[in-house]
Design a protein around this ligand. Structure first.
Ligand code: PGA
Length: 256
């Protein structure tokens, strides 16, 4: 529950350093002054520094797509949360479904990564969501609980305000299939109730992700349970991304 919309662009493994800097320049030039929308982007790790440089002095917040739990050590190929913080990085995605399915990240590891990010002062954007098979088997809420519980167990009360949750049904990611509005509402309510069990002092911030585009975003954002969106494909097309920002700016903030 925020008093501003939150729009996060997940660039995935697209836009290497020079392309990312050129894209960031277009964003900087095209970004309107936003009154009710926070705009965050998550470039690939090697593009973080050039994007930070290009967006310095703007309101766009830069984050990573994944983060390790340890501050340093023998973890070849991983990125320390402390190193990200040193670079001026504000947040990291954690537990994106592509990490879980393609790279075998368990919910326990996602919890550890979340903990590492929070300990380094970053905001953790924790992604959860069911597969098509799990939904048709009626297991959506069980899966959300299985994925979220270890994370919530590991979050210290004073760090809960730096956790953002992203509900991303796996079957809607990159497929053009969007969850029905009622499915989104139910999943977000389930996540709210899992959060409520922990009795954190802050309320949960819950984004929807999965084939969000300028044609479907307004009605999704109008749902009272939705604080914003985590966007893949449409976040690396400058016109679509700027349209999403414009739509968020026109949409009243339902809660706050
Ligand atoms: P999509 O990706 O918007 O391309 O479906 C969303 C995501 O993977 O976060």
């Amino acid at each position: 529950m925020r008093n501003r919309h939150l729009l996060i662009g997940n660039w995935k493994m697209n836009l290497g350093p020079s392309q990312a800097a050129a894209f960031a320049l277009k964003l900087r030039e095209g970004l309107p002054k936003t009154a009710r929308t926070d705009v965050w982007v998550a470039p690939p790790t090697v593009s973080l520094a050039p994007v930070c440089a290009e967006l310095a002095g703007t309101s766009i917040v830069v984050g990573a797509q994944n983060v390790h739990w340890a501050a340093s050590g023998a973890f070849t190929g991983e990125t320390s949360p402390v190193f990200l913080a040193d670079l001026g990085i504000a947040f990291s995605l954690v537990g994106h479904s592509e990490r879980r399915t393609l790279f075998g990240e368990s919910s326990q590891q996602v919890a550890q990564r979340t903990q590492g990010a929070l300990a380094a002062g970053l905001t953790a954007v924790v992604c959860i969501g069911e597969t098509e098979g799990e939904r048709s088997a009626g297991r959506t809420e069980t899966v959300l609980e299985e994925q979220l519980s270890p994370v919530l167990e590991s979050v210290a009360r004073d760090a809960a305000g730096r956790v953002v949750l992203a509900y991303e049904p796996v079957w809607a990611i990159g497929t053009g299939k969007v969850a029905a509005l009622e499915e989104i509402r139910q999943a977000h309510r389930c996540i709210e109730s899992l959060w409520a069990r922990k009795q954190f002092t802050s309320s949960p911030v819950i984004l929807y992700g999965g084939s969000v585009n300028p044609g479907n975003f307004a009605e999704i954002l109008a749902l009272p349970e939705v604080d914003g969106a985590l966007v893949g494909g449409a976040s690396i097309k400058v016109d679509q991304w700027l349209s999403l920002i414009a739509i968020a700016e026109e949409s009243p903030v339902a809660r706050g």
